[in-house]
Write a protein that binds this ligand. Structure first.
Ligand code: GDP
Length: 432
């Protein structure tokens, strides 16, 4: 039995979806523990593309049970439409394969409207949210006004909860942002309907998890976003509204820290970021454009072009510190084929001084200038490589240099979007 947490080591979009899908056949349970449908995982299996936002990426493997934990915020419309698509494609035949915590909070029409209204009002210094209502839903959770999935199954309770929220939310929308109010009766009718349709999927997820642990199953915890988008450890306020680090598994899924075996940090072979916020190794010229074009760096959720730059070992070291990485997975190594030279940031120069550490404050991160090491590139297409030894020497040297700079072994390499385009140097689900 092994419990493995897979989290993004950068600003999200590291290709977690592909890796989770690759790892999932080795797990009996896959768990989402935070975030909402702002995560967009693109999976390519046998040439067919699936984009998932809420359902864990293990769903494409028939033997896997997929849990959505209490730490997740759920947009019922999105979850139901994902479930319908998966049912139509014959991937999901039995509701028992997707279990939704009754304790997860629900994203409501107010949350969507407020997200958009605020982002529009703050356009100049916008955080760059995906406008999916995630942040406002977490706000209501923390202020103890939120509506949970279990409430959807209890129409009387639901009516009271919606009424309690309505005055306050509509006041903010109408009076402050000059937006249309949300019709509370219509929302109530819709929410009752959501409850009926989601009912077969609602369960006591933490109890299922406890049972699976006792039975010695392999369990995979699927992180969304990434370490530097974490509400506490990321580049605040340009972050998401939940904790994304490995430790968030404990609260978000309901599992004690003594039961976590391994943590896999997922990084790209370079760096990307969507939306605003500091990005020390950003390349705004030709290099950035080439990385964006070759890596197809456009958001799965919003289609926004991603900002691109070289790999940043300072960030990865910080990621290793806050997550306790047992190993790294490097994705999209194939995208670096064809660069004469490849750079890695090994340190920052901050106010004239060299530092190996990721700075504490936003303004320091904004002022940090990367110090680069230049490595020779390779021209070969590496998408057919299936063993580390098959890679060109310069690609192997690059990977080994990352290992030594971050001081964490690189266990998995991804050389293409397809499930089989993967090099495993070790077995991620191994007892510790
Ligand atoms: P996630 O949110 O971390 O799962 O990342 P996304 O799914 O938003 O972005 C990853 C994108 O890169 C998807 O389009 C994947 O199909 C693609 N991808 C994943 N791994 C690789 C890889 O090794 N090489 C290439 N070229 N594309 C990859």
């Amino acid at each position: 039995m092994t419990t493995l947490v897979a989290v993004g080591a950068q600003w999200g979009d590291e290709g977690k979806g592909k890796l989770v899908d690759w790892l999932a056949p080795q797990a009996q349970i896959v768990v989402r523990f935070h975030g909402g449908n702002n995560a967009g995982h693109t999976l390519v299996v046998e040439g067919e593309q699936t984009v998932l936002h809420v359902v864990p990426a293990g769903v494409l493997n028939p033997g896997t049970v997929n849990l959505i934990g209490p730490g997740v915020v759920v947009d019922p419309e999105i979850l139901l439409s994902e479930i319908s698509t998966l049912e139509e494609r014959g991937v999901l035949r039995d509701p028992s394969r997707v279990r939704l915590s009754g304790r997860a909070h629900v994203i409501l029409d107010w949350h969507l409207a407020l997200d958009k209204a605020r982002e529009e009002a703050a356009r100049k210094r916008a955080i760059g949210t995906t406008g999916r209502g995630i942040g406002p839903a977490y706000e209501d959770k923390v202020t103890r006004r939120g509506i949970r999935v279990a409430d959807l199954l209890d129409p009387d309770r639901l009516r009271g909860a919606i009424d309690r929220l309505a005055d306050q939310k509509n006041f903010e929308l109408v009076e402050y942002y000059k937006w249309q109010p949300v019709d509370r009766d219509e929302l109530y009718r819709k929410a009752v309907e959501w409850g009926k349709r989601l009912g077969p999927y609602v369960d006591h997820v933490t109890r299922i998890l406890d049972g699976a642990l006792r039975e010695g199953k392999n369990i995979l915890f699927e992180g969304a976003q990434g370490t530097f988008l974490d509400i506490d450890h990321g580049t605040y306020p340009y972050v998401t509204s939940s904790n994304c680090v490995a430790g968030a598994v404990c609260a978000g899924a309901g599992i004690g820290p003594t039961r976590i075996d391994r943590v896999l940090g997922i990084t790209k072979a370079y760096t990307t970021r969507v939306g605003g916020g500091p990005f020390p190794t950003e390349e705004t010229g030709e290099t950035g454009e080439k990385l964006r074009d070759v890596g197809a760096e456009f958001g799965a959720t919003t289609g926004r072009p991603r900002r691109c730059g070289w790999l940043d070992a300072v960030m990865l070291r910080e990621g290793a510190a806050v997550n306790g990485f047992s190993a790294l997975a490097i994705n999209k190594l194939d995208v670096l084929s064809g660069f004469d030279e490849i750079q890695i940031a090994t340190a920052y120069r901050l106010d004239g001084k060299l530092t190996d550490d990721f700075p504490m404050t936003l303004s320091e991160i904004e002022r940090a200038e990367p110090v680069y090491e230049v490595l020779p590139g390779w021209s070969e297409n590496i998408r057919e490589c299936r063993r580390f030894e098959d890679l060109p020497q310069n690609a192997r040297d690059y990977v080994e240099r990352v290992e030594s700079l971050v001081n964490v072994p690189v266990e998995i390499l991804s050389v293409g979007p397809g499930r089989d385009e993967t090099i495993a140097r070790d077995q991620p689900f191994r007892p510790v």
